[in-house]
Design a protein around this ligand. Structure first.
Ligand SMILES: NC(=O)c1ccc[n+]([C@@H]2O[C@H](COP(=O)([O-])OP(=O)(O)OC[C@H]3O[C@@H](n4cnc5c(N)ncnc54)[C@H](O)[C@@H]3O)[C@@H](O)[C@H]2O)c1
Length: 255
């Protein structure tokens, strides 16, 4: 159960959300819109963005298709937000087929890091000038249970999400005193389309992972439950929170 939205919480505030066409990103974009924000929604999948736009039916939503590993797309998202840029949700991410270290193809490693680590860093870097100018900026990175432990994914995804936690903390450390808060949300299992990149590719590695994740596969959370946490971290209610990696996982992190 998610609390009712507040019509005013993000009035006049512009937030960029990546991976907004599906799952957690879409739920976040929709909640932000319901709470008054202007949303710049990016996703590599045009069709999904079109669905979001049709469902939202508001001029406060701007959608732009593109790949976040493309600097031109990053620049475009930030430019669309303009000087009003208040928030950034680095949500887009991909999994790695549960591949263990010894079997990682170079292109898999490089792609997972490009999407899950390098692109969020570049988005933050591009967003900072407008946030520093206003002296008020909020960044939320979507990490994972795999950001603090092994056994939730393959090696590339685990390493990338650990790096995303470090990106979060370091950004918070340097820019907190200048009015920018940077936090992360670590979901457990959520009902989304992430399975597109989660099909196991190494039978023995999957046998090793399965007993570790089996107890937490069900019930999977609803994306709206993650959106609620992300929006709280973007809001003034979390004003004293900076640099945390907040688990929203029904307690998986305790196991
Ligand atoms: N679903 C889970 O169980 C779960 C658990 C832990 C962490 N996460 C994290 O949550 C975040 C959101 O994932 P989700 O579960 O909502 O998945 P999802 O696949 O439903 O949505 C992700 C969206 O990102 C987009 N995307 C992927 N690569 C992109 C790129 N290079 N450029 C632009 N857009 C791109 C996809 O098209 C998709 O619409 C990810 O960072 C993921 O690692 C998900």
């Amino acid at each position: 159960m998610v609390t009712p939205t507040s019509a005013q919480r993000f009035d006049g505030r512009t937030v960029v959300v990546t991976g907004a066409g599906s799952g957690i990103g879409r739920a976040t974009a929709e909640r932000l819109l319901a709470e008054g924000a202007t949303v710049v929604a990016g996703d590599v999948n045009q069709e999904r963005l079109d669905e979001l736009a049709a469902a939202a039916a508001t001029e406060r939503l701007v959608v732009r298709a593109g790949d976040i590993t493309d600097q031109a797309h990053i620049d475009e998202l930030v430019a669309l937000a303009g000087d009003e840029l208040f928030g950034l949700v680095n949500n887009a991410g991909i999994m790695d087929g549960f591949v263990p270290t010894g079997e990682i193809p170079d292109d898999l490693w490089e792609r997972v890091f490009a999407v899950n680590v390098t692109a969020p860093m570049k988005l933050i870097r591009a967003a900072l000038p407008a946030m520093l100018e206003s002296g008020d900026g909020r960044i939320v990175n979507v990490t994972s249970e795999a950001g603090t432990r092994a056994g939730a994914s393959g090696t590339a995804y685990s390493a990338s999400k650990h790096a995303a936690v470090g990106l979060t903390k370091s950004t918070a450390f340097f820019y907190g005193p200048r009015g920018i808060r940077c936090n992360a949300v670590a979901p457990g299992r959520v009902k989304t389309n992430i399975r597109d990149t989660a099909a196991p590719r190494s039978p023995w590695a999957w046998d090793r992972v399965q007993p570790v994740i089996a107890p937490v596969l069900e019930p999977a959370a609803d994306p709206a439950e993650l959106a609620a946490v992300i929006c709280w971290l973007l809001s003034d209610d979390s004003s004293n929170i900076n640099g945390v990696n907040l688990f929203s996982d029904a307690g998986w992190s305790t196991m």
